[in-house]
Design a protein around this ligand. Sequence first.
Ligand code: S3P
Length: 454
Amino acid sequence: MTDLVVFPSERPLTGSVPVPGDKSIAHRAILLSGLAEGQSRIEGGALGADNMSTLAALRAMGITTEEQNEMLLVEGKGLYGLRAPSAPIDCGNSGTTMRLLAGVLAAQRFATVLVGDESLTRRPMERVARPLRLRGARIEGKLDPKRVGEITAPLQIGPLPEPNVLGPLEYEMPVASAQVKSAILLSGLYADGPTYVREPLVSRDHTERLLLALGVPLSSVGAIIQLDGPSFSGKLPPFSITVPGDPSSASFLVVAAQLIPQSRVTVRRVGLNPTRTGLFEVLRDMGGSLVLEPKGEEMGEPIGDLHAGAADLRQGRLGGELVARTIDEVPILCALAARAHGTTLIEDAAELRVKESDRIAMMARVLRAFGVTCEERPDGLAVEGKPEGKLKAADIESGGDHRIAMASCVLGLLADGPTRVRDADNIATSFPRFVGTMRALGARIEVESSGGTP
Ligand code: S3P
């Protein structure tokens, strides 16, 4: 296991850096390239471990792929080209891999088993199984003894029962979830009737944008999406995509720049899909310094450079519809709140309790370790900012959650001594070059092996 030792910053963060390709878009691009007919090309920096799980799943089902430097070539075999894997498919730490795959595997005539690591095995899966069953799929999990009606991985999927085709579906999702919505839409590619899905709030819409760019008859109005299965040709064309930079990864750099005096940081070619930019909106409301410079589009996804600088921050509020658009950025928002004047409220965010870790409980623990007062609530946190002086140097157990580890590193830059962030290997699931990027901007972070179980 790896620990990171973060030293208090002695100088501003400065420079212009890229971030890895957006993890969400890359998952979708990889999966759809395997279902397309012919060779697709995916570029956009080194893939993190989560994306590699999706790629490995395709390989296990007979799809050939080739990595050339940071370019990935995938030989898609069409919607019905996947072969039965010879063993359970390991989705690692990746909820997106497991839930998106479930949508595609639900329509196959062979059976599959999806497994994951300890964290993924705790996460709720009935939310994706239920709508797929409603359209005729066979999908079962392990009954969760603690949550009535809930199932967890391993998921046993298929083979698709008679009449061997998924039916139409009209489904109101109880929770906003792009993973569940995407599984439903992907299953809709195989259905003999229309798919109609409605979310309580608009979640990230990368699947919709990519399917539209590939000519799939799909339309959406706000949180209502319709896919017209019967008029779909059944063929996805191969494509080339340079995946935009991940705004979730960029958030750590953008926030660090706000907090360290005189910093000026540019993050290049970041995806600016409005379903992902909630943190940037909250940051601006808090008086943050951030300028977005548009740089065009890639397969329906807006892109831009982010110019961030140090700022004097006031308290903010996250709640309502903004939560779905900030869902992965709450840990780093807590770091921002820790240095703002006044108390920042984070509400309506109970979903954070079923992410890679219980991120509400984890961030409450992290903030307190740094000497920041906060109140943990069932659906969020109230964080009392401590804008003056140094934070207390901390020893953080990140619980193997990449975003908790990275948010803790940013807080560590503001502490009165070295901070240790334990169990930080998991940062590689989304931001393999996090330490190198922070160093390039001027931060001092050492990597130490802690001798635990690797
Ligand atoms: C993701 C959707 C979100 C997000 C996750 C990635 C996706 O999860 O938290 O990191 O790529 O669709 P939910 O759909 O469970 O909200």
